[in-house]
Design a protein around this ligand. Structure first.
Ligand code: MN
Ligand code: MN
Length: 456
């Protein structure tokens, strides 16, 4: 018997067949990721995949029965996938997996459009925790919806197709950057300077126009989307990095992409649900919105909708939803900071999660003496450990960075606050919240196996 604990490397433990499974799984993940850059995109992808697997729309009025498979898309941004099992939900509760599908990005301001010095711009308001300097001088795509008068809804996606134009936020050239270079990195690029170039071709006509570039862009927008400038006030448009997920390294063992946080957890939890049709448990997989800005609002994890879904399931079987919640178990599937040797001082190396070392379990998150966090109980953590070990899941446990260096949170506390046993299980990420983040193929696959074990 080995009395020591040692972290395992998923790649080192894998035989040829397992390695093939890891690389195969990554192909599906990259496809999902490329189609799901925003929460609206992710909701559409999930709906499509659920329909392909025989899921049908959920209704708050219906009476569910064992074997039912339902999906509910809350306001186009928040997904509930529900598989009703055979076991007694009063006694066993439901199994919940929740990941968020919003990622840091640049939203448009309500009056975004202006012209200056021959260029037309969209003003942005950043969404979530970004390092602003990272969002200049790179190709951006525009995603979202615009509501026209009378309720017509127009979907916009420009910059993802190879033939599409992209958008661009400028940075000052190094030759003239002495003032910028003397500032702390947090002030080098201001939020108000994150304005994206959206055009430069002036309109030519009989009458001379004052803002000829803006006028020409508006004409283009009207032609393509039937919209006018004021419609932007009734829109949700955002810039995200243009471009696709790419393998990293000569061995292609890692993936660089926009929005691993938290699609790298959303995809495995959804796959695990789809692959658990034989499970006796009632399982709910949730794609949550607004996590990056506090999980508020009708589509965030603090919304009452999650309780309403559990209430509907409970009512179907004539059981008390309070009892169902109390006996339920939840995996809050979110990313954690992988140990980065280039920035070692931000971590405590014995209590960090490492790239390639499997599903990353965080008993708690928070900051300054565990403030503002769920802290999973020893009993629930121990139960999960046994589940993982019985199913050959490679996993590790760590904290998000060293004490008092910073901190962070996940949706775990909102589910725990409902009286549900909850723990964070995710994937370690390098360069989290950067336009392109880095993860290991081994870890996303390990999380899939972890979610599968939880559903079994
Ligand atoms: Mn996250
Ligand atoms: Mn995040």
């Amino acid at each position: 018997m080995d009395f020591n604990y040692e972290r395992k490397n998923v790649y080192k433990e894998a035989d040829g067949k397992e390695l093939e499974a890891i690389y195969d799984y990554a192909e599906g993940y990259k496809k999902f990721l490329n189609a799901s850059k925003t929460e609206r995109d992710a909701a559409k992808t999930a709906e499509k995949m659920a329909l392909e697997r025989g899921y049908t729309p959920f209704s708050f009025d219906e009476k569910l029965k064992a074997g039912d498979k339902r999906y509910f898309i809350n306001r186009n941004k928040n997904v509930f996938l529900i598989k009703v099992g055979t076991e007694d939900i009063a006694e066993n509760g439901v199994r919940i997996m929740v990941a968020h599908v919003d990622s840091p990005r640049l939203d448009l301001k309500p009056n975004p459009m202006y012209e200056d010095s021959g260029l037309c711009y969209f003003k942005t308001h950043y969404y979530g925790g970004i390092k602003k300097y990272q969002w200049t001088a790179l190709p951006l795509a525009l995603h979202g919806v615009v509501m026209l008068r009378g309720g017509e809804r127009v979907e916009v996606c420009v910059g993802e197709d190879e033939d599409d134009p992209v958008f661009y936020i400028t940075d000052i050239l190094p030759h003239l950057a002495s003032e910028q270079a003397s500032k702390p990195v947090s002030k080098a690029v201001s939020g108000e300077s994150l304005n994206a170039v959206i055009g430069g071709l002036p309109s030519v006509g009989e009458e001379e126009e004052k803002e000829a570039v803006k006028a020409a862009v508006l004409r283009l927008l009207n032609k393509k989307y039937n919209m006018t400038e004021v419609d932007l006030q009734c829109s949700e448009l955002c810039f995200v990095p243009a471009g696709k997920a790419r393998d990293v390294g000569f061995d292609a063992s890692l993936i660089s992409a926009y929005g691993h946080d938290d699609k790298v957890c959303a995809y495995p939890e959804m796959c695990a649900l789809f692959d658990s049709e034989q499970s006796p448990h009632t399982i709910i997989a949730i794609f949550s919105d607004k996590e990056e800005v506090g999980s508020d609002g009708a589509t965030g994890a603090q919304s009452r909708v999650i309780c309403d879904v559990i209430d509907t399931i409970s009512a179907s079987f004539g059981v008390n939803p309070v009892v169902v919640r109390y006996n339920s178990k939840c995996i809050s599937a979110d990313v954690t900071a992988g140990f980065d040797p280039e920035y070692a001082s931000a971590y405590e190396k014995r209590n960090s999660c490492y790239i390639h070392c499997g599903a990353a379990v965080s008993k708690y998150t928070g900051s300054r003496g565990k403030s503002g966090t769920n802290d999973a109980g020893a009993e629930f953590t121990g139960w999960l450990r046994d589940v993982f070990e019985e199913n050959g899941v490679i996993w590790q446990m760590g904290e998000l960075g060293a004490i008092d260096v910073g901190g962070g949170g996940t949706v775990a506390k909102y589910f725990a606050n409902l009286g549900v046993d909850t723990i964070d299980v995710g994937v370690p990420v390098l360069s989290m919240h950067a336009p392109y983040e880095l993860i290991s193929k081994a870890d996303v696959y390990a999380l899939y196996k972890a979610c599968l074990a939880f559903c079994k």
